[in-house]
Design a protein around this ligand. Structure first.
Ligand code: C5J
Length: 220
């Protein structure tokens, strides 16, 4: 059954059985007070507004029997999958792999690397550990989606202009249609959030569609 979601630049048609909800990097280090993002001086409150609407969408997607995929940005404990360029970038005092408020920063298995409790994956939901910003780079995400017959993605998560945007661009080039949920994505920089959404839906939806979680929930 095809459903239609009120979206910009025009309605998004999808078959729930062929659509995956992809939740990007809703990790403690990005979203929780006392995490790495907070320690860097970011206002995590700007990201935390995404939690309640994303939890509602997650519940609806599970109820509709949709494929749900979670991603986490992070690296192996020996940092063998961390490129020197990513390691150097920013020239910060504290780097990936160093001790942070919730364990080693962006290292798999550390407390801060985990997905927040409100959106915890359940059995059967793939968790993609990604070393880059895009969820397709150096992961088996594409194989998992193709294996399940997925042709559309509904995208939530953080941050809009970094890992969400990179993933949507990668998905677009691989032939997936993406609907990005405006209230389920967030940034430490509100102007970047707005600009990132505007870029996705510009030029007739050059990278995809944008809708609110309410519009999706009304359609499901
Ligand atoms: C994500 C980042 N997840 N901003 N990471 O967007 O470094």
């Amino acid at each position: 059954m095809t459903v239609s979601v009120a979206a910009e630049p025009y309605d998004f048609a999808m078959v729930p059985a062929r659509t995956a909800l992809v939740i990007i990097d809703m990790q403690r280090d990005f979203l929780e007070t006392g995490g790495f993002g907070d320690a860097l001086g970011n206002d995590v409150g700007l990201l935390r507004t995404t939690i309640a609407p994303t939890a509602s969408v997650l519940a609806a997607a599970r109820a509709a029997g949709m494929v749900v995929v979670h991603t986490r940005e992070g690296h192996r404990p020996d940092l063998s999958d961390l490129s020197p360029a990513k390691h150097r970038r920013g020239n910060f005092q504290t780097k990936i792999g160093d001790a942070g408020p919730m364990g080693r920063i962006l290292v798999r298995g550390e407390p801060g690397h985990g997905i927040i409790a409100e959106l915890a994956p359940i059995a059967g939901e793939p968790v993609i550990d990604k070393p880059g910003k895009g969820a397709f780079f150096a992961t088996d995400l594409e194989a998992i989606l193709r294996g399940r017959g997925i042709d559309r993605l509904i995208v939530a998560g953080v941050t809009t202009e970094v890992c969400v945007h990179t993933t949507v661009r990668e998905a677009n080039d691989r032939g997936f249609d993406c609907l990005v949920l405006s209230d389920c994505t967030g940034s430490y920089f509100p102007e970047f959030h707005e600009a990132a959404l505007a870029m996705i839906k510009a030029q007739g939806g050059i990278f995809g569609w944008v809708a609110t979680s309410q519009a999706l929930l009304a359609a499901l």
